[in-house]
Design a protein around this ligand. Structure first.
Ligand SMILES: CC(C)=CCC/C(C)=C/CC/C(C)=C/CC/C(C)=C/[C@@H]1[C@@H](COP(=O)(O)OP(=O)(O)O)[C@]1(C)CC/C=C(\C)CC/C=C(\C)CCC=C(C)C
Length: 601
C-alpha cells in the first residue's frame, strides 16, 4: 500500500478542481449541476468496463506499491476517482468558456446550414467512423504493440461519432474558443501531470501492447491520445446537451412552458423535434438582437451573459426593441421625422394592446392578426428594425410601460423643435426630469421585473410584486440619472440638455449656455447632484431586489451594479468626460463587480 497515485490527485487534480469551482461558482446554476452530474455518470459508466478490460488483459497495470489498495472490477479507487475529477474539471472549463454565449444563435436547420458546415460534419463523421474501424483492426487484427492505441480508438471514437451525429453542426458553428480550448487546456494540463506521474511510475502500460513512442519526455503516445479523446468526448457531450437546451429555450411554439431546469424528458423531446420545425427566422432575429446588444451596450452585454434560459433570450429581445426604437428617433434628422417614428411605434403597439389613455390602462388584445402586423412592419419600418419589432415578446410584456417608453422618446423629439421655441427644452423642473426618466428607464425596470416574474416567479405574492415593481421604476430612474450624468457633454453636442432649467436658473445658466460650453464648471456640479440623487434612489431600491425570484435576482443585480459602477467611477473622477469608443468601466472592474453582485445576491 502506498499513496503515490492519491498524491497525484492531492497535488494536481483536486486543487485545480477547487480553483475552477471557486471561479465558476458565481455563475453555476441548477442546469449546470445536472449537466455535470449526467456527464460524470455517463463517463464513469462508459469507462468502467473498458478500463477493467485493460487491467484484466494486462495492457495496463498499477504497481501495488503506488496505490492505496481497494479496487472495483480490478480498478483502483484512485483511478475511479480520476474518471470523475477529469470530467468535472473539463466540464467547468467548458462552462466558463460557454457562459458568455447565447447558444440559440448557433442552432441550424437541415435546410439553412451552409455547405461548409455540412461538408465539415460529413468529413468529421467519416474520420470518426474510420478511426473506430481502425481502432478495431489495431486492437483485434494486428494487436501486439498496437493493442492499447487500438483499444482507445475503438472505445472512444464510436461515442464521439454518436455525439457528432447528434450535434455536429452545432459544435462546428460554435466559436473555437468555446470548443477547441475546453478540449486543449485540460488535455495539456493532464499531459503534464501524466508526464510527472509516469516519470514516477504511478501507472504503466505493458511493453508488448504499446508503440513505445513518446509525444515528449516520457509521455506515451497512447496516454496523450487517451486524454485528448476523453476530453473531446466530454466537450462533445456537453455541447449536445447545450444544443437541446437551446432548442427548448428558443422556440416557444415547440415548448410553450419552460421550467427553470428542464427535465431529461424535455431534453429528449428537444432531441426529437425535427430541425424542420425550427423557426429559423426567430433564430436570425435572436442573432441580430445579440449583435445589436454587443455593439451598443457594454454594460448590458456583459450582464446578459449571467442570465440563462428563455429569460436571457427575452431580455435580449427586449433590449433590441428598445435600442432600435431609441435609435430610430435619435437618428432622425427633423422633428417631423422623429414624430413619424413615434406615431408608427404607437401604432405597432396598438396591434397588441388596447390603450385607454384617459384611464391610463392598457389591456392585451385577445386576437392579433399577425399577417397584418407583419405587413405593417415591412411597409412602415426599415429592414433593420424588422426582427426587433417582430420578436418583441408582447405576449408576456405588459403594455403600459411600452407606451410610456414611447412617450419618453416623444420628449426627446422635442429637443429637435424649431430653435427659440419655448418647448424646445422639455425638462423645465425636476419633476419633468423624474417623469422623463420614469418613461425611458423606469419602464425598463418594470418590463425586466415582469419578465423575471413570468419566467421564475409564479409564487410571488401581489403585495411583494407591487413593491418590487415600484422599486424597479425607482432603480430605472437611478440608472437614467447615471446615464445623463455621464453624457452631459455628449448630449449637449446634439442639442439636448436634460438638466432641469430650474437647476440651471439657480446659477444663472440656460440650456443654450450649456450647449455652448458643456465643460463649464457648473456642469460638473450638476453631475454630482444627479449622482447623489441616483445613489439615494439606489439605496432605497437595491434591498428590494432581494425579493426577486431565484434565477433572475443575481443576474439582474449584476446588470444594475455594472451600470451603477459607471456612476461610482464618475464620482471617483469628478472631472472625467466620456470619450467615444472608450469604456467607462474597465473589463477587470466589471468582472469584479459581477462576482461581488452574484455573491451578494
Ligand atoms: C441583461 C440585459 C440584456 C438587460 C436588458 C435591459 C434593457 C431592456 C435595457 C434597455 C435599454 C434601452 C436601449 C432603453 C432605451 C432607453 C434608454 C436609452 C435607457 C437607458 C439605458 C441605457 O442604455 P444604453 O444602451 O444607452 O446604455 P449604455 O450606457 O450605452 O451602455 C438606460 C439607462 C435605462 C436602463 C434601465 C434599466 C435596465 C432598468 C433597471 C431596473 C431594473 C433592472 C429593475 C431592478 C429591480 C428591482 C426590484 C429594483
Amino acid at each position: 500500500m502506498a499513496y503515490d497515485y492519491a498524491i497525484v490527485h492531492l497535488k494536481y487534480t483536486i486543487p485545480l478542481a477547487v480553483l475552477l469551482t471557486g471561479v465558476a461558482y458565481p455563475i453555476l446554476n441548477r442546469v449546470h449541476f445536472y449537466q455535470i452530474l449526467a456527464l460524470i455518470v455517463i463517463a464513469f459508466t462508459a469507462t468502467l468496463p473498458w478500463d477493467s478490460h485493460l487491467i484484466k488483459t494486462g495492457v495496463w497495470t498499477y504497481p501495488s506499491e503506488v496505490v492505496i489498495g481497494p479496487k472495483w472490477l480490478g480498478i483502483p479507487y484512485e483511478e475511479l476517482f480520476f474518471f470523475i475529477i477529469q470530467t468535472y474539471i473539463t466540464s467547468l472549463i467548458y462552462i466558463l468558456f460557454n457562459q458568455p454565449l447565447l447558444h440559440a444563435q448557433y442552432l441550424k436547420s437541415q435546410r439553412n446550414a451552409p455547405t461548409w458546415i455540412n461538408l465539415t460534419k460529413l468529413g468529421g463523421g467519416l474520420i470518426l467512423a474510420g478511426l473506430s474501424a481502425l481502432g478495431g483492426y489495431l486492437a483485434f487484427g494486428i494487436a501486439g504493440e498496437f493493442t492499447y492505441l487500438g483499444l482507445i480508438l475503438v472505445w472512444a471514437c464510436p461515442f464521439a461519432l454518436i455525439t457528432w451525429i447528434l450535434a455536429g453542426k452545432f459544435i462546428i458553428s460554435l466559436p473555437w474558443m468555446c470548443t477547441v480550448l475546453p478540449v486543449l487546456l485540460p488535455t495539456t494540463y493532464l499531459w503534464l501531470v501524466d508526464e510527472l506521474a509516469l516519470g514516477r511510475g504511478t501507472w504503466s502500460i505493458e511493453s508488448g501492447t504499446k508503440l513505445g513512442r513518446c509525444l515528449f519526455g516520457v509521455l506515451e503516445i497512447e496516454e496523450a491520445t487517451f486524454f485528448l479523446v476523453t476530453n473531446m468526448l466530454i466537450v462533445f457531450g456537453l455541447a449536445t446537451f447545450d444544443q437541446y437546451l437551446a432548442v427548448i429555450y428558443s422556440f416557444p411554439h415547440l415548448f410553450p412552458e419552460v421550467p427553470q431546469a428542464p427535465s431529461p424528458l424535455m431534453l429528449l423531446q428537444g432531441r426529437f423535434k425535427g430541425t424542420s420545425s425550427y423557426d429559423m427566422e426567430r433564430i436570425r432575429g435572436i442573432k441580430e438582437a445579440v449583435i445589436r446588444l454587443k455593439a451598443k451596450s457594454r454594460s448590458f452585454y456583459f450582464a446578459s451573459s449571467v442570465f440563462t434560459g428563455r429569460l436571457r433570450i427575452d431580455l435580449v429581445l427586449l433590449y433590441s426593441f428598445c435600442r432600435m426604437a431609441d435609435d430610430l428617433i435619435d437618428d432622425a434628422t427633423t422633428h417631423e421625422e422623429m414624430m413619424t417614428w413615434v406615431t408608427k411605434l404607437y401604432r405597432f403597439l396598438d396591434f397588441y394592446y388596447d390603450r385607454d389613455a384617459t384611464a391610463g390602462e392598457t389591456t392585451r388584445r385577445k386576437k392579433v392578426n399577425q399577417l397584418e402586423v407583419d405587413k405593417f412592419i415591412v411597409t412602415e419600418f426599415p429592414p433593420s428594425a424588422k426582427s426587433a419589432l417582430k420578436l418583441l415578446p408582447t405576449d408576456i410584456l405588459p403594455g403600459h410601460p411600452l407606451y410610456l417608453l414611447i412617450d419618453g422618446f416623444k420628449m426627446d423629439a422635442q429637443f429637435r423643435t424649431e430653435k427659440n421655441t419655448t418647448d424646445r427644452f422639455p425638462i423645465k423642473e425636476e419633476k419633468d426630469l423624474i417623469q422623463y426618466s420614469l418613461c425611458v428607464a423606469g419602464t425598463i425596470g418594470e418590463l425586466c421585473v415582469s419578465l423575471i416574474v413570468y419566467h421564475f416567479g409564479s409564487s410571488c405574492s401581489p403585495v411583494a410584486l407591487n413593491a418590487m415593481l415600484d422599486a424597479s421604476r425607482q432603480m430605472g430612474i437611478a440608472l437614467q440619472y447615471v446615464n445623463i450624468a455621464r453624457d452631459i457633454q455628449v448630449d449637449a453636442k446634439i442639442g439636448r440638455v436634460y438638466l432641469p432649467m430650474s437647476w440651471l436658473k439657480e446659477v444663472d445658466l440656460t440650456p443654450e449656455k450649456i450647449i455652448q460650453d458643456p465643460l463649464c464648471p457648473e456642469t460638473f456640479m450638476f453631475r454630482e447632484r444627479l449622482l447623489d440623487e441616483a445613489f439615494r434612489l439606489w439605496t432605497y431600491a437595491r434591498p428590494l431586489m432581494n425579493g426577486l425570484p431565484d434565477g433572475g435576482r443575481g443576474p439582474m443585480v449584476v446588470a444594475v451594479e455594472n451600470y451603477m459602477e459607471i456612476g461610482r467611477i464618475l464620482r471617483e473622477n469628478p472631472r472625467r468626460v466620456r470619450t467615444v469608443g472608450k469604456a467607462t468601466v474597465p473589463v477587470s472592474r466589471r468582472a469584479w463587480v459581477t462576482i461581488k453582485a452574484l455573491i451578494s445576491a
